[in-house]
Design a protein around this ligand. Structure first.
Ligand SMILES: Nc1ncnc2c1ncn2[C@@H]1O[C@H](COP(=O)(O)OP(=O)(O)OP(=O)(O)O)[C@@H](O)[C@H]1O
Ligand SMILES: [Mg+2]
Length: 467
């Protein structure tokens, strides 16, 4: 429970918000209390000053009496003294606290506009002001005003009560906000946690709501993508394993079948030689297939060695053409090629030869007898572009996205009539990419196919080179 993210976030928010609120409320409270006390003191002094003004105008016993009677009905107390500090009149009976305030007054230090004598409402019984009566330029007496401190205390306790009510409401609202907020933040995280647990359990069909545009939304989208990728990988792996076992089983079935026939006494010597030859071809095919699968596994683990060196490209092309000539002759293909003789390129010649042979092999294999196959090399400043085109059967549009995939063959029956296993283009593309080159294909069903392989001349990027 204590480890729950929503609780942790909630507590953190709560502590931070409450601390900020306490600081702000304290400042506001102190300011308000000071203002109220200042107001009361200001009023008291103003009241005293008014009495003083009246008395300066008309200092008679009836005016003095009048002032005293007026204040005896109010919350305040007035005490009027003469120039010697003797009490002339007061609205209420004198108390020791009042006498003490009056006794401590120093005539000369009291400014003409009056002064606050006592403002300590918390500890003293009365707060007090002094307004000097000035007649003929000298202090002729004082009007002292007193207000009971309880009066101020009451105002302050009213204020405190209001603050308490507002404080409680604020804390309740803060708690509600924090609960809602932490839920809003943690709910999608909890959902994502559940989704990843589902992924872990092998259920790759998680669909998280991705309508949010914030980081949580992005995370949900990423998890949904991840689940789709996992599902795709799982399907691909299953398909790949099915294809591999098919590819391995077929030649093995042939091998078993032919060995059985050879071992039969009735088989003629002539047939034996023919079947032995087939067995040899199948074994070679099988060995080649396993070698390529092994190479692809090495590429996947970044352990595929590419040994680059400076190569005269036209010499390499010449060698390749010589290698494919028997097949061209046999299938009666019209073959032409062109390559400038000054092309120097940094590549792994063995691997690039493998790439070009694979593509030429396809061009020859998937082209009806008598058709054209052309190999053309052109170069620009940084790249060498090799185009291998044929006027063969072409590749159907629906097959195009998949031809570079492992063991993919357009011919779904996986018949052995053309002998391929669907790895030639996969390894070719991987090798070209290890050379930081590009391989593209254009094809028109019934018209022909063209593979464009562009390779950088210089070894500008070290990716994939493990010696
Ligand atoms: N030039 C081409 N013309 C028509 N189809 C082609 C051509 N090149 C490739 N394809 C199609 O792409 C598929 C994949 O080619 P790839 O070279 O990877 O496999 P393969 O030739 O069947 O077998 P492998 O090369 O491993 O012996 C082929 O099965 C074929 O259907
Ligand atoms: Mg091939």
């Amino acid at each position: 429970m204590l480890n729950q993210l929503s609780l942790k976030i909630g507590l953190l928010f709560f502590v931070v918000i409450i601390t900020v609120e306490i600081i702000l409320f304290s400042i506001l409270y102190t300011n308000l209390v000071n203002d109220r006390v200042d107001d009361v003191m200001g009023d008291l002094l103003a009241r005293g000053n008014t009495h003083r003004d009246v008395l300066e105008e008309n200092y008679t016993s009836s005016t003095l009496e009048h002032v005293a009677i007026m204040e005896s009905e109010s919350d305040f107390i007035v005490v009027i003294t003469d120039r010697n500090g003797e009490v002339v009149t007061s609205s209420n009976p004198m108390e020791p606290e009042m006498t003490a305030v009056i006794g401590h007054t120093d005539d000369d230090q009291v400014p003409d506009e009056g002064v606050i004598l006592e403002s300590d409402w918390a500890d003293e019984k009365y707060v007090a002001t002094d307004s000097p009566i000035i007649m003929d330029g000298t202090h002729s007496g004082h009007v002292f005003m007193f207000a009971d401190s309880d009066h101020i205390k009451e105002i302050i306790s009213n204020l405190s009560r209001q603050f308490l009510i507002i404080g409680v409401i604020t804390v309740i609202l803060t708690i509600i906000t924090v609960i809602v907020l932490s839920k809003v933040i943690t709910q999608p995280l909890v959902r994502m946690k559940k989704a990843t647990e589902e992924l872990n359990r092998g259920n790759h069909e998680v669909e998280l709501s991705t309508s949010r545009k914030d980081e949580l939304g992005e995370l949900a989208t990423a998890i949904t993508h991840l689940s789709k990728d996992l599902k795709r990988l799982k399907n691909e792996r299953n398909e790949f394993l099915a294809n591999v076992s098919h590819e391995l089983r077929t030649p093995l079935t042939y091998l078993k079948g032919y060995t059985d026939i050879i071992n039969r006494d009735t088989t003629s010597e002539e047939d034996r030689i023919r079947y032995t030859q087939i067995i040899q071809e199948e074994t070679e095919h099988l060995a080649g297939l396993i070698k390529t699968l092994f190479e692809l596994a090495k590429i996947d683990q970044n352990e595929f060695a590419i040994k680059k060196e400076k190569v005269e490209f036209d010499a390499l092309i010449q060698k390749i053409v010589e290698r494919i000539y028997p097949a061209i002759e046999e299938r009666n293909i019209e073959f032409s090629y062109s390559c400038p003789n000054n092309v120097i390129i940094t590549i792994d010649p063995e691997r690039i030869q493998q790439v070009l042979l694979n593509i030429l092999d396809n061009a020859i294999k998937y082209t009806p007898r008598g058709n054209h196959v052309r190999l053309e090399v052109v170069q620009n400043k940084n790249e060498v572009l090799t185009i291998i085109s044929d006027t063969g059967e072409g590749i159907a549009e629906e097959d195009m996205p998949y031809i570079f995939e492992r063991l993919y063959r357009a011919e779904k029956s996986r018949s052995r009539s053309k002998g391929g296993s669907g790895l030639g283009l996969t390894i070719a593309k991987e090798i070209v990419e290890l050379h930081t080159g590009r391989m593209e294909v254009e094809s028109e069903p019934g018209e022909g196919t063209a593979f464009n392989i562009s390779l950088p001349k210089e070894d500008t990027y070290e990716k994939g080179i493990i010696d």
